[in-house]
Ligand binder design. Sequence first.
Ligand SMILES: Cc1cc2nc3c(=O)[nH]c(=O)nc-3n(C[C@H](O)[C@H](O)[C@H](O)COP(=O)(O)O)c2cc1C
Length: 226
Amino acid sequence: MINLEALFKLSYGMYIVSSGDRKSGNAYISNTVFQVTSNPPQIATCCHKDNFTLDIIQQTQAFSVSVLHEKSSSDIFKRLGYKTGRDSKKFEGIQLKYGESGLPIVVDDAIASFECKVVQSIDLGSHILFIGQLIHSEVLENSMEPMTYSYYREVKKAAAPRNAPTYQAYTVSVEEPDTDEPKRYQCLACDYIYDDAEHDILFVDLPDDWECPDCGSPKSIFVEIQ
Ligand SMILES: Cc1cc2nc3c(=O)[nH]c(=O)nc-3n(C[C@H](O)[C@H](O)[C@H](O)COP(=O)(O)O)c2cc1C
């Protein structure tokens, strides 16, 4: 028997994986970044084949990682984790620096950064696992705690979208309300708002496989708004 709940007991951090150069670059939110060897220091990241950033990593054979802290703004997740850079300039308004390798590195909300050159790419079907050898790393901030994936789900009450390797289709992040008061919920991918007051059925009572009528994202990535 496979109990999917058990997979949520695996621990991860929260990261921004970027690639490109000074002229063009892109980034996505990832919780699957981890050190795989210490000598030489190598870091792996698991990237969905539909991610625009994957194309850029394959072209440049390099990626950077920014480690996010617990107080990271919701905006950074919204901009980099639920929207693709194929049709927008994701770095606009985001504070970047360029590493020794020329890679863009997001410094907004970051407490450490890594630059890696890809030494192996493993095809996993839906995703490519990139193994990167560390070429530069820095601590940017010492006073903040790194955000974990569990903190993102339990405290920030958010969920990973379909492209995340740890996505679970029917895990709804919103809590049952104490009352039948109408509430409003927003799709993190396209900003569609489900206002309970405008529907016959409360958002929490929608079936788990209900999808955003505008962009088709799962119910699990809606968050309650005021
Ligand atoms: C919490 C969270 C974790 C995620 N983890 C991953 C991941 O490990 N790998 C991945 O490919 N996508 C992951 N994603 C999804 C990508 O960030 C998302 O598909 C992004 O829009 C891709 O952007 P791009 O097309 O501009 O590259 C995650 C998103 C969130 C919000």
